[in-house]
Design a protein around this ligand. Structure first.
Ligand code: PLP
Length: 289
């Protein structure tokens, strides 16, 4: 990634004029005792910015609030964070970038939460056309009821602890692929390390339920709007590995890449529906907020 614009978000005030301070993106930001750095204890969101317009802002704020609540962090001030995202987005001079905004439990010594918002240009997937993916299925090691039976595992929260997700992507690369779909220990399809699954089965577009301990995907949700606008059927329900093998097309949806079609699953070629992919991309890229 290429960092472009960085704002510190001072959480002691809700007034954007005094809370938001632009700093050099190369300058130090955190103390050595910030729990974001020492324990990955915080939450974040990444919003795509197309021609200066941050997209799905309210859906990202909803998920930010949900993640903060799951971690028992102070509830984020929506208006402050919205202003932070819009301010950073407006100051980024790239056709397609992203804003990552972070709420940390804060400095362990002072007990003050910390926040910042970083505008950056992704070095991969900069184009408006999503990449075609080679995907492997990997066991996540949790049952599909983990969110209710073991909520302290924080499945379904977008926390800063992404080391496991990054390790899964390295495992995919070792296997000659470039992305992952996690499977629950009881055999249900979950999500990617940074994406939501959509499978087309018998003409219906299906995504797994968030009750399985996965993130509510903002891109998947908007992709479903694109599909229903075009008269297609969509559904949220559990999918097994064999359901996925029987799907006639698959996508992994995420803010920075959009709806990326899967061209192979565990080494087996998958049909790529470029016409539908284009229709979803056009819809996503035309979002106004
Ligand atoms: N699931 C996980 C684990 C993610 O990290 C992400 C995004 O990074 C998604 C799903 C997709 O979410 P969105 O489409 O809102 O970017």
């Amino acid at each position: 990634m290429k960092p472009l614009v960085l704002y510190r978000v001072d959480l002691r005030t809700a007034d954007p004029a005094s809370a938001l301070r632009r700093i050099d993106p190369a300058s130090p930001l955190l103390t050595g005792t910030d729990l974001a750095a020492t324990r990955g204890d915080g939450v974040f969101e990444t919003v795509v910015v197309v021609d200066g317009v941050p997209q799905a802002v309210e859906a990202h704020l909803d998920r930010f609030e949900r993640s903060a609540s799951l971690l028992e962090l102070p509830s984020p001030d929506r208006s402050l964070w919205r202003t932070a995202v819009e301010t950073v987005a407006a100051e980024m001079d790239v056709p397609r970038g992203a804003v990552k905004y972070i709420l940390s439990r804060g400095d362990e010594v002072t007990g003050e939460p910390t926040g910042w918002a970083l505008g950056f240009a992704p070095t991969h997937h900069r184009s408006a056309t999503p990449p075609e993916l080679d995907v492997v299925l990997l066991d996540r090691g949790y049952r599909s009821d983990v969110a209710t039976t073991a909520p302290w595992l924080l499945q379904g929260a977008k926390t800063l602890s992404y080391a496991v997700n990054m390790a899964a992507l390295r495992e995919a690369h070792r296997r000659g692929a470039n992305d992952v779909i996690f499977v629950s220990s009881d055999g249900y399809i979950l999500e990617g390390p940074n994406s939501t699954v959509i499978a087309r089965i018998d003409g219906e577009y299906v995504t797994p339920p968030v009750e399985f301990g996965i993130l509510p995907g903002t891109t998947q949700s908007d992709a479903f709007d694109a599909l229903t606008d075009g008269g297609d059927r969509v559904a949220v329900r559990g999918l097994t590995v064999s359901d996925l093998s029987g799907a006639d097309a698959l996508w992994l949806c995420s803010s920075t890449r959009g709806a990326a079609p899967v061209r192979s699953l565990d080494g087996v070629a998958q049909q790529v529906d470029r016409a539908i992919t284009q229709r979803i991309s056009d819809f996503l890229n035309a979002r106004k907020a």
